[in-house]
Design a protein around this ligand. Structure first.
Ligand code: FES
Length: 339
């Protein structure tokens, strides 16, 4: 059975089958509903059901609280319709970069640290692959599973896409990346996906928060901002357990030295004496709060482990006055979570 979904306030509408999610139907119709993980874990697709009946499928409880569900909020990546529905959500532009399935070739594999690998993928010469800095692709694995990774380079920098992959021992895909994967291997991907990109219509100062390989899409955002000669102040907080986890520290220092208005604050949580770390320590999101007691006039872009992104949102909005809609996030899900 097919129902109609109407988006408020834009008035856009699209058909949605009773067995497909509202997000999937929207993307099929090129209607730009915000989204990230597409599996009920990140909250990026949250919006309000104004009229109609729906079913909310499997999702992580913390992503939609009982209170929010009570207020009519839902996660459109897990919501299927039982009738025509009207939803309220702030749309984003996705139309210019439709997602597609493509074969790619591994052009280069390079170890960035003991547990992070960069792989550069060559896209087919015959197919244009356009994306926005901050978006991600999914690998389509043989067993039908998927793994998501953000592009670590802005599109203008190369005709290849670079990914930063952390080794999760026992994880089928990353074990392969760290052992048997070699240059010229063919990998199938689907993308671009996600709505984590710079909101360029704003003139607010930008706070960028990354933990571990959450740096990848943040790096792409910074490259894009530099290319656009954006004049908004940008402050990057990059957190890791030990200094080696900040695997592109040098690049960030170079930006801080050469890009007007750009500041870089590396933050280490578990330095050992032999690290000789003399910089900031502790949780990376706490470092932001130490420097910005008032975030009400900023935009925040955060990417990293769900615990970091969730804590940041809770505290930035809850205690530092950041408007909830100015917190843009991409929290990645590990292979262990997907197993
Ligand atoms: S929770 Fe729906 S896209 Fe992440």
């Amino acid at each position: 059975m097919t129902f109609q979904v109407t988006v408020s306030p834009s008035g856009h509408h699209f058909d949605c089958n009773s067995d497909e999610t509202i997000l999937a139907a929207a993307l099929r119709a090129n209607v730009g509903l915000p989204h990230g993980c597409k599996n009920g874990a990140c909250g990026a697709c949250k919006g309000k059901i104004l009229t109609g009946q729906t079913v909310l499928g499997k999702h992580q409880e913390k992503t939609l609280t009982a209170d929010e569900a009570q207020q009519g909020l839902s996660l459109f990546c897990c919501t299927t319709p039982l009738s025509d529905v009207t939803i309220e959500v702030r749309e984003v532009e996705v139309g210019e970069f439709p997602s597609k399935k493509l074969p790619t070739r591994v052009a280069k594999i390079e170890k960035l640290s003991h547990d992070v690998m960069q792989i550069d993928l060559q896209l087919p010469a015959t197919e244009k692959f356009a994306y926005r800095a901050g978006q991600y692709i999914e690998f389509l694995l043989r067993d039908g599973k998927r793994r998501s990774y953000s592009m670590a380079n802005a599109p203008h920098t190369s005709d290849q896409i670079s990914l930063h992959i952390r080794h999760m021992p026992g994880g089928l895909f990353t074990d392969q990346v760290f052992s048997t994967m070699k240059e010229r291997d063919i990998l199938r991907i689907e993308g671009p996906q996600g709505t984590f990109f710079l909101r360029e219509e704003s003139d607010k100062p930008i706070v960028l928060l990354a933990s571990g390989t959450g740096f990848a899409p943040i790096k792409a955002l910074i490259e894009h901002a530099i290319e656009q000669k954006m004049t908004r102040p940008m402050t990057l907080y990059w957190g890791g357990r030990r200094p080696a986890d900040l695997y592109m520290h040098r690049l960030c220092l170079d930006w801080a030295a050469s890009v007007p208005g750009f500041r870089y604050i590396p933050v280490i949580s578990d330095a050992l004496p032999e690290d000789n770390w003399s910089g900031r320590t502790g949780f990376v999101h706490r470092a932001v709060l130490d420097d910005f007691s008032d975030l009400s006039g900023t935009q925040v872009y955060a990417c990293g482990a769900p615990i970091v992104v969730d804590s940041a949102k809770r505290d930035f909005v809850g205690t530092a006055g950041l408007p909830a809609e100015e917190f843009y996030a991409d929290s990645f899900i590990s292979e262990a979570d997907l197993a």
